[in-house]
Design a protein around this ligand. Sequence first.
Ligand SMILES: Nc1ncnc2c1ncn2[C@@H]1O[C@H](COP(=O)(O)OP(=O)(O)OP(=O)(O)O)[C@@H](O)[C@H]1O
Length: 246
Amino acid sequence: MTTTTTQIAARAVDLVKTYGSGSTTVQALNAVNVELVRGEFTAIMGPSGSGKSTLMHCLAGLDSVSSGSVSIGDAELSGLSDNKMTALRRDRIGFVFQSFNLVPTLTALENITLPMDLAGRKPDKEWLDNVIDTLGIRDRLGHRPSELSGGQQQRVACARALASQPDIVFGDEPTGNLDSRSSAEVLGILRSSVDRLGQTVVVVTHDPRAAAYADRVLFLADGDIVNEMRDPTEARVLDLMKTMED
Ligand SMILES: Nc1ncnc2c1ncn2[C@@H]1O[C@H](COP(=O)(O)OP(=O)(O)OP(=O)(O)O)[C@@H](O)[C@H]1O
């Protein structure tokens, strides 16, 4: 069965990314082909240096591609001007990073609505309420980041990413700085944003426990997708990682 364009949140076709030139050239991605289906939670795993961050950055339009193409929804990124690219990143992509990247002088609510405020857009109140309640941060909205725990700060960062109803939310090790309890909370929130809000979520992670929250895990090695798993469990992910080390 072929998947129609409207069901694809992001797509890479023959995506090659090289860094440097001459004898110092590194081929970080070797003609990667991948489709990320709307409303799914995908985890990207693989050894250090396998290309996970590069793939995410190219898919999110944070880095240019050397050849091949990347699309978000029906927009092919290489065809976009710098201004259009900035607008697309702002309006259609949400980001959650390892360091929460909240503005310390703003309250939680002001942080959540900041990207939309900068874009001159009004948040959809019903959606925003839904996100705030899904993330369980209603009683924290007036607090500044320094008055919140790490897990709460990352929930606010998740709310900021989800608030504008982006086509896709990218997380680069979003639980890398959290203890196991807060990690589980944040991953549960990303999971429920997929289940309850229909979000599309993609995270890079080293942690099989984090990957087990996903619908699908892509395994990278040396710049290629070498394996994938649907409906992962921590044990199955660990087993596959062991076979990939052999
Ligand atoms: N800006 C850059 N300049 C040169 N080489 C780079 C650059 N960014 C990444 N690379 C190289 O590209 C390859 C893939 O790097 P990438 O960061 O995507 O891997 P990763 O799987 O995310 O690794 P990690 O798990 O350690 O974060 C590596 O060999 C890396 O050294």
